[in-house]
Design a protein around this ligand. Structure first.
Ligand code: ZN
Length: 112
């Protein structure tokens, strides 16, 4: 307390500058917080409620209802894809139809 009093007039001005600097910093932080909050809300919108499915082609989250499940020859789900990503693979791959298995579609390369 005594130290502040003895600082005199010059000290008061310095303190005022300090307060203004702190206020400016607070305003900046507040802006950053609201920016972060916006980003969080955007992320929340992207996150599906169900267990997160990751596309095996592009590595991004798949929104619910947009997934395509690829099964192996035992009928177990091998991978998930976006519909669009799956269509790209579909066009670029040679497929074999294996009607003896429940998951009857396979990549031709698995046939070896
Ligand atoms: Zn994808």
């Amino acid at each position: 307390m005594q130290a502040i009093e003895s600082a005199g007039h010059g000290g008061k001005i310095k303190r005022k500058e300090k307060v203004e600097a702190i206020l400016a910093r607070l305003r900046l932080l507040r802006g950053q917080v609201s920016e972060l909050r916006k980003k969080c809300e955007a992320l929340k919108l992207q996150t599906p409620n169900q267990a997160d499915l990751i596309c095996s082609e592009c590595g991004k989250l798949i929104e619910s209802g947009q997934e395509v499940a690829l099964k192996n020859s035992l009928g177990r789900i091998k991978a998930y894809y976006h519909r669009d990503c799956f269509m790209e693979i579909w066009r670029s791959q040679v497929w074999v139809f294996d009607y003896s298995q429940p998951g009857f579609l396979r990549f031709a390369e698995d046939d070896a």
